[in-house]
Design a protein around this ligand. Structure first.
Ligand code: ATP
Ligand code: MG
Length: 399
C-alpha cells in the first residue's frame, strides 16, 4: 500500500482495536485502482459516530445525520462514516431514513456505481461484491443494481454518471445509459447546489466534449438552469478548445456562447448559486474579454483589469479565435508589468493636493482631474512625481 492510504492505516487500526470494522471506500479506492491522483481518503466503519468520537481526540461533526464524522489526524482530515443502508427515498433527493446497520456489504450496495462500491482493508485487500474492479479495467460506469431504481432513489446520480464520463473518459454501460435517458426529468427535483458541483466538474473534465454531447443527446441539459433550448449555444461551446480554461473562464465562455447581457449573466449565475465573489470575478473577465474582441488592450484597460483578469480575458480571446499561443498572454502581462503604476493608491498626488494647488472648492472636478492624471501617467505623458504632475497640470490649464 502507498500514500495517502498509509498515513490513514493507524486510524483503521485504532477502530479495529476497539472492536469495530473499518475500510477505505469510495473515490480514493477507485482512483487508486485507476492510478489517478487521490484526493481524500474516506473510511467506512461499523462504529457509530458517537463511538468514533470517543476514539479520536480531534473530531468535527460535519454530517452526523448521515453518520459522518471528520477526524483530524496528524493535521489531515478524514471522513469516517458509519456503514449505512438507505431506506425509502421519498422525494428523489435524500435518503428518507438512514439506518446505521453494521454491515459493509449493505454500505457498498447503496453506493452509486460499481467503481465507487469497492472497499479496501488496511492490508490492501479489496472487497468488491459488484465487480467494480472489472468495470474499472473496462472503463465502464454501471450502477450498483438496477439503474432505474438507483436513479429514482437519487437523481443526482444521473449527473454523477456524466461527470465521471467527463473526468475519467469512461463509457456508460448500456442499461445504465438507457435508464439515464429515460429519467432525466427526475433532475427537476434536485437542489441546484448539488447540480452545480457536478456541472462544474463536467465542464472541467478531460472528456467534457463527450460528456456535454451526452447531455444534449439525452436532453439532460434541459433540466439545468438557463440551458433549456440552448442547443446552438452549447454546440458552439463544444467547438472551442477549452483544455486550459479554469472554472471562472469556462463559465464566462458559456455565458458568451449563450449571448447573455451583463444583467442576464448575473441572473444566470445567481440561478446557478454562484457566490457573489465568483459572479463578480466572472463578470470582470467577461467585460474585458468582450472589449478585447473589439480592440487590442489599451494601457488603461490593462491597468484596470489587473494580471489575473488580463490572463483570463486574453486566454478566452485566444480560445475564441482558435489560437493556442500562450505568448500573447505573456506579452500583455509584460506590458502590464511595465506600467508606471499598478494601482490608484500609488498616485503621487491626492485630491487634497489638487484643492490646495488650485484653491477652488471641492467638486466633481477633483475626481475628473485625478483620472486625467492617472491616464497621463499610464500613457507616459507625465511621470508619477508630485512636482512634475503639478507643472504639467499648470501647463495644461494655460493652454
Ligand atoms: P471525487 O473523487 O470527485 O470526490 P467520489 O466518488 O469520491 O469522487 P464523492 O462525492 O466524494 O465522490 O462521494 C464519495 C463516495 O460516496 C462515492 O465514491 C460513492 O461511493 C458514494 N456516493 C456519493 N454520492 C452518491 C450518491 N448520490 N449516491 C450513492 N452513492 C454516492
Ligand atoms: Mg470523494
Amino acid at each position: 500500500m502507498k500514500e495517502p492510504f498509509l498515513s490513514a492505516v493507524p486510524l483503521i487500526k485504532r477502530l479495529e482495536n476497539a472492536g469495530f470494522e473499518a475500510y477505505f471506500v469510495g473515490g480514493s479506492v477507485r482512483d487508486y485502482l485507476l492510478g489517478r491522483p487521490i484526493h481524500d481518503v474516506d473510511i467506512a466503519t461499523s462504529a457509530t459516530p458517537e463511538e468514533v468520537k470517543q476514539l479520536f481526540q480531534r473530531t468535527v461533526d460535519i454530517g452526523i445525520e448521515h453518520g459522518t464524522v471528520l477526524v483530524l489526524y496528524q493535521q489531515k482530515p478524514y471522513e469516517i462514516t458509519t456503514f449505512r443502508a438507505e431506506g425509502e427515498y421519498r422525494d428523489y433527493r435524500r435518503p428518507a431514513e438512514v439506518s446505521f446497520i453494521r454491515k459493509l456489504n449493505d454500505d457498498l450496495e447503496r453506493r452509486d456505481f460499481t467503481m465507487n462500491a469497492i472497499a479496501m482493508d488496511r492490508n490492501g485487500m479489496l472487497i468488491d461484491p459488484f465487480n467494480g474492479r472489472q468495470d474499472i479495467e473496462n472503463r465502464i460506469i454501471r450502477t450498483v443494481g438496477p439503474a432505474k431504481d438507483r436513479f429514482n432513489e437519487d437523481a443526482l446520480r444521473l449527473m454523477r454518471a456524466v461527470r465521471f464520463v467527463s473526468q475519467l473518459s469512461f463509457q456508460i454501460e448500456d442499461q445504465t445509459l438507457k435508464a439515464l435517458s429515460s429519467h432525466v426529468f427526475l433532475l427537476q427535483n434536485i437542489a441546484i447546489e448539488r447540480k452545480k458541483a457536478e456541472f462544474e466538474k463536467i465542464l472541467l473534465g478531460k472528456s467534457r466534449k463527450q460528456a456535454i454531447e451526452m447531455m444534449l443527446d439525452t436532453n439532460l441539459i434541459s433540466f439545468l438552469p438557463g440551458l433549456t433550448h440552448q442547443e446552438k449555444a452549447i454546440k458552439q461551446l463544444l467547438s472551442f478548445h477549452c483544455e486550459h480554461l479554469n472554472k471562472n473562464e469556462i463559465w464566462a465562455l458559456l455565458i458568451f456562447c449563450l449571448n447573455l447581457s451583463t444583467n442576464q449573466a448575473e441572473a444566470f449565475l445567481r440561478e446557478w448559486r454562484l457566490s457573489v465573489k465568483e459572479i463578480k470575478d466572472i463578470q470582470r473577465i467577461l467585460f474585458f474579454f468582450r472589449k478585447r474582441l473589439e480592440q487590442v488592450w489599451t494601457v488603461y484597460d490593462l491597468y484596470s483589469a489587473g494580471p489575473e483578469v488580463i490572463q483570463s480575458a486574453e486566454t478566452l480571446y485566444l480560445v475564441i479565435n482558435g489560437m493556442e499561443s500562450t505568448k500573447s498572454v505573456q506579452s500583455w502581462l509584460n506590458v502590464y508589468q511595465e506600467l508606471p503604476i499598478k494601482d490608484r493608491t500609488e498616485l503621487a498626488v491626492s485630491g487634497s493636493d489638487l484643492l490646495k494647488w488650485f484653491e477652488k472648492p471641492g467638486g466633481p472636478w477633483v475626481k475628473e482631474m485625478l483620472l486625467k492624471i492617472e491616464q497621463a501617467i499610464l500613457e507616459g505623458i507625465v511621470v508619477n512625481n508630485q512636482q512634475q504632475i503639478k507643472e504639467w497640470l499648470i501647463a495644461c490649464s494655460q493652454n
